[in-house]
Design a protein around this ligand. Sequence first.
Ligand SMILES: Nc1ncnc2c1ncn2[C@@H]1O[C@H](COP(=O)(O)OP(=O)(O)OP(=O)(O)O)[C@@H](O)[C@H]1O
Length: 325
Amino acid sequence: MITVNGLSKSFKVAKRSSGLRNSLKALFYREHTTVHALSDISFSIQPGEIVGYIGPNGAGKSTTIKIMSGILVPNSGTCSILGFTPWKERVEYVKNIGVVFGQRSQLWWDVPVIDSFELLRDIYKIPLSEYEANVKLLTETLDLKNIINTPVRQLSLGQRMRCEIAASLLHSPSVLFLDEPTIGLDALSKIAVRKFIKTINKEKGVTVILTTHDMNDIEALADRVILIGKGNLLYDGKLNELRKKYGSNKMMTVDFRGTGQFRNIYGTEVISQSSERAILSIDTEKTMISDVITEISSLVELVDISIDAQPIEEIIVELYKEFQI
Ligand SMILES: Nc1ncnc2c1ncn2[C@@H]1O[C@H](COP(=O)(O)OP(=O)(O)OP(=O)(O)O)[C@@H](O)[C@H]1O
């Protein structure tokens, strides 16, 4: 359904220097540098998948989404989505995709949300019955009833984001690109957005490509992750596999009485310690959990102990370090 092959994109950026002399010089002669935003990226995505496209700031995520949604043209490589080359057959192509850029609005700022929806109906030439059914469904599922007649500029970020997502789905696209859809949202709104994405994926079979810095989004939504860094593809696979391969650490929370110190227990690192509780990270490749518990029991009086998997956020941070990105 989606095939990306050898995609590369670079930007020519004018060098800026400080000082009057350099500014004057720049009027006549400008030096440029080349930023390689994407280098030889390839992957394919099947219908109905939710794929988390992740990487640190400047990795090339938005550039990929912009190419895949037909906004940018790559320097080389191919991209086929639903049989279209996004940047070549844009008018026909965009009828089949929905795009949400969390940092930018596709709604008209000064008019009520419903008027923006009407404009989009005209732009996408959505048949009236389909449009009305979608507005009804989206109003119910995204709880838009009380905000749909409000101008966008008067909405909170969370309210606007729900409207943005609704706007991207009015024309029943089969592929949805979400670029940081939960950025800046409160915890409740994030959960609502995630739940909705899951629902449309399950019930309507919409394929979702999601970029985010929030690993809770990824854990809640994506079975598969594609990790990029400095424009290169570093990992493409199941989230579970990523956890198995790189997440060998466990987090142990120890409630205790006594004055023992946990600093020197082999294979562990103290994340925090107060007078009654300590949190340790245990490298299970170096030591066994039972050995750590035995050693802790010899140091303090144990009150309670709990063991959790390493948060995906930490695994990703370690990967960034490992790949030096
Ligand atoms: N229009 C542009 N002109 C020049 N450089 C650009 C342009 N767009 C992106 N870049 C550069 O390309 C690289 C990748 O940018 P991109 O926005 O794709 O990263 P990202 O992974 O989405 O980052 P973030 O998480 O910060 O949003 C960065 O170095 C960025 O500065």
